[in-house]
Design a binder for this molecule. Sequence first.
Ligand code: HEM
Length: 457
Amino acid sequence: MAPENPASPTRKPWPPGPSVPRRILDGSLFAIDSPAFYKQNAAHFGDVVSFRTPNGFRQFQFNDPKRIEDMLVRDAPHHLRGVVLRRARGILGDGLLTSEEPLHLRQRRLAAPAFHRTRIAGYGREIVRLTQEMTAAWPTSGGIEAHAEMVRLTLRITSRCLLGSDVHASIQTFVDSMATFNDYLPFALLPGAAFLERFPIGPMPGMKRALKALDDLIFGIIAQRRASGILGDDLLGMLMEATDESGQMNDRQVRDEALTILLAGHETTANALTFCLWLAAKHTTHQQHLAEVIKDVCGDRPPEAADFPNLKPLEMFFAESMRLYPPAWVVARTATQDYTMRTGEFIPKGAHLIASQLVVHHDERWWPNPTHFDPLRFTDEAKATRPKFAYFPFGGGARYCIGEGFAWTEGVLMLATVLQHHRLTLPDPTQQTVPITPKFTIRPTREVPILVEPRAH
Ligand code: HEM
């Protein structure tokens, strides 16, 4: 447990924050995974908020871009991953998302070539091909459930491009496992959860089954690759070939990295693409403009990665959709030592630090009329007027998202491929927002129905 503001004549008091009685009264004492709680904190207490968590840790919430940049970049050497990702080690093992230095840096360097710009052209072809396969199965005129479609699509894209394997037949296993992991989150954040997890209670039996199903799948992919006798030059091949001072990576390490990429690579992207399609169906004038841009750039041929620079309005549309609905809604760290931020706050060892995209992406200071959807916020000129960390859907610093370039390519090429031949509308055009549920990521709470029909231009 973190020492509570040890007495010091020079130390300033903790920054303001909600008191325990206040949190008992408004029911937010255990709501530390709730965006509404973080939004309220920012509204009441300003740029830096500090309070005690139910299990006795000091937590800081940063709401201004300058402190967020310091948290993710400047002060990163004083941090480990946040509580949720540390608990996720039970699922992901020591993959890129959960590992700590020095292992993290070694693994990140190992995986980096698979995410290099030069690879994106090849990935672009797969993204367009698999999106076309998806839309070919849509009704000529009728409804689709966008979230289920996007989960299937992103799983297939990630597994084809990075692991050289199509998980088409096993998609239900992933969908069920993700639902189990998301249900486990509130349990994982309970005081004493690390101890409770040893017993077959609450979500634990389901967790065991979900992990076994995923392990069977991933170890199967690894075994198949070994049996083929050719490791190949995709991410899986690179991981299997990698050696370090202790010898070749064993199958368990390869499994941790491969599972991390599959889960981290599809969950956030599927949610991002779902919100993006819903917004296109909601804002039909914007959608028509995008369709015209696609026609000008691609004519009737399929879009390709080389078109990316000419599809700027689609990139802006995707950016604005991740502002309104940031799929990763919070980044969190744990302090490994006492230190003082350059803005003056004393951070004790063990403190929890968080910054929420959902709070900052809706801050009126950087985003006037924040609930209004407006892709023009992302012209180069408009971007230049804002501090860098007023928008951080992919995090920042040494642990920023390794799949960022991949995700932008997926967003723009999926949207281009869909809108080239389809017009999207909402069954209920009066619907104002997509209800969201914050779990590991921000997901739509319910199904997201969208109507599709052929585009006549
Ligand atoms: C719209 C889609 C995506 C969003 C919003 C997103 C968001 C993020 C964020 C915010 C982080 C940093 C977490 C932190 O600092 O605590 C992160 C890390 C990561 N993401 Fe993504 N991501 C997306 C897509 C992808 C894709 C497509 C892949 C892989 C194919 C991927 C793989 C990873 C990995 C491996 C990390 C850990 C990096 C490290 O710690 O070195 N993500 N992502």
